[in-house]
Design a binder for this molecule. Structure first.
Ligand code: BEZ
Ligand code: FE
Length: 293
């Protein structure tokens, strides 16, 4: 006699094979594979959790509200992927670097594509609010050789934890953003202010989920970088302040040990005067190593 699931009928025991079997005619093998894995893991989760009908509907409503929050400026599903650690996992899988190369981390939603290219050493803090900070270092290859003509796109939050795009009309446009290009020595340097920790957008479904899980929404203070050079893999990364109170509990899991920079207090008054800084100032030196393409 033909078993129920072989007739294509649904049973609790054979739920996975019944559903995945229905996808046998998929035209895209990769889609078929992904749906086989997702169906299997999802059914296993449902079987383990055994949700009530009410709980399942609550889940559907959570996803519905998450979708409704998405528009041209806000992507609540990416935020959900971030707090579940999935964004960092996809980043890790796609950015396995050779030994010695700098590690990547999440891009985040606050990059803007058209930040101005600035002369090396420029001050990217346009409103002079915050504690002066010098950032410098070298762009190197894995053999330790300087990379000329590397393009460094940098952006950061201000000393209150806001990006310019979150405070239009309050911060100048392109505040705390800039694009720099290295010379033959591979060196880069620019002036800025010390960034502060900030919450990821937490007024939506993701914020409510974090609160329900007893989690805070904060990211430790960091600077974002995208570094590009011909013949090398593009590096999307951050450097972090290791003394930040949230360094061990980043809401989106973006921190890696190799991305902790040293934020030193520099009391050299003559150097401060040269930089048009108050003394003492923050001094951050960090090299980046690019992997060959
Ligand atoms: C950011 O660092 O800009 C960021 C990353 C993920 C989610 C929200 C913000
Ligand atoms: Fe950020």
């Amino acid at each position: 006699m033909t078993a129920t699931h072989e007739q294509g009928f649904f049973t609790e025991e054979d739920s996975i094979s019944v559903v995945t079997g229905r996808n046998a005619g998929a035209k895209d093998a990769r889609l078929q594979f992904a749906m086989e894995v997702i169906t299997r893991k999802l059914h296993e989760a449902v079987k383990e959790i055994e949700p009530t009908q009410e709980e399942w509907f609550e889940m559907i409503q959570f996803l519905t509200r998450t979708g409704h929050l998405c528009n041209d400026w806000r992507q609540e599903f990416i935020l959900l992927s971030d707090v579940l650690g999935v964004s960092m996992l996809v980043d890790a899988i796609n950015n396995r670097k050779p030994s010695g190369a700098s590690e990547s981390t999440v891009l985040g939603p606050f990059h803007v594509a058209d930040a101005p290219e600035l002369p090396m050493g420029a001050n990217i803090c346009l409103d002079h609010k915050g504690e002066d900070m010098l950032v410098s270092g070298r762009i190197l290859d894995t053999a330790g050789k300087p990379i000329a003509n590397a393009v460094i796109d940098v952006w950061q939050a201000n000393d209150e934890g806001f990006y310019d795009v979150q405070q239009q009309g309050i911060q100048p446009d392109f505040n705390l953003r800039g694009v720099f290009r290295t010379g033959a020595d591979g060196r880069y340097w620019f002036r800025a202010v010390k960034p502060k920790f900030y919450p990821i957008p937490d007024d939506g479904t993701v914020g409510k989920l974090l609160a329900a899980l007893g989690r805070h929404p904060y990211r430790p203070a960091h600077l974002h970088y995208i570094i590009k050079a011909d013949g090398y893999e593009t590096l999307t990364t951050h450097i972090f302040d290791p003394d930040d109170p949230y360094i061990g509990s980043d809401a989106v899991f973006g921190v890696k040990a190799s991305l902790l920079a040293e934020f030193k207090r520099n009391g050299d008054a003559a150097r401060a005067a040269e930089l048009e800084f108050a003394s003492p100032f923050w001094d951050v030196e960090h090299d980046f190593v690019l992997a060959r393409a």
